[in-house]
Write a protein that binds this ligand. Sequence first.
Ligand code: KIV
Length: 293
Amino acid sequence: MTTKKESPQAQAKPVTAPDIRERKNGEKICCMTAYDYPSALLADRAGMDVILVGDSLAMVVLGHRDTLSVTVDDMVHHTRAASRGVTRALLVGDMPFMSFCTVDRALRTAHRLMGQGHAKAVKLEGGAAVAPQIKALTDAGIPVMAHVGLTPQHIAKFGGFKAQGKSADAARALIEDAQAVEEAGAFSVVLEAIPVEVSSLITEAVSIPTIGIGAGNVTDGQVLVQHDVLGLFDRFTPKFVRRYAELGQASEQAMAKYVMDVRRGLFPADKNTFFMPDDQVDQVRKIKVKKKK
Ligand code: KIV
């Protein structure tokens, strides 16, 4: 393993939820998911403002078909691991499916994500319907990032991972949802997979920052799933993803080369091998080894 010098970002002042709130119409907010120590460390060093331990964990790390089966225990475990890699970015823990269906459950889940997972804020999916939960959390001192549009926890209702807000009525409902979460106290709102026209209207209609994923280039910030960006998840790639690397292919090739080297006796080489000091070699050769029958 190589050791690397800390980046300037790692020495900078930690980003807080109020800092993000103040970035409305300011410098674009850069957000990416991470799920463990190395992925959070790299995202933090790269200069992310927000690192989200998303429930996309279910799909890109745990191999589930959707996000519905990830548990609060899973989220706490991974948020805690990610927290060890974060120095500057705001660490946000995602509340999994049904873990905030009542105010009481929302408070318990957020307590665990912050108390045991060391998140500095939580995210939950939904608009006006979850406004009471957002209000209770913010009243309890817990910063909340909201999430409207294509909310993957509702794919059963949507009939799949489908873009939302494509009609005027649906657009109106989304604007109302975004205003409701702001009113309830959210410090920012994720807009997922909606037409850019709707995203633009929402960004104008609320005074909290909008963070887009498949919502065009009009939001106050952007978020992507790290495994999509790095080419580590290839089951499907949504239209809104830009791949910046093909680490999945590179990793597979590296491991295949290791397999070949081991099979051909090319690994380990002398430089990977420990040798005895010269004065011990003669003595060790005299050791008689009895073969076990
Ligand atoms: O779980 C997740 O990764 C998310 C982002 C895509 C916003 O909710």
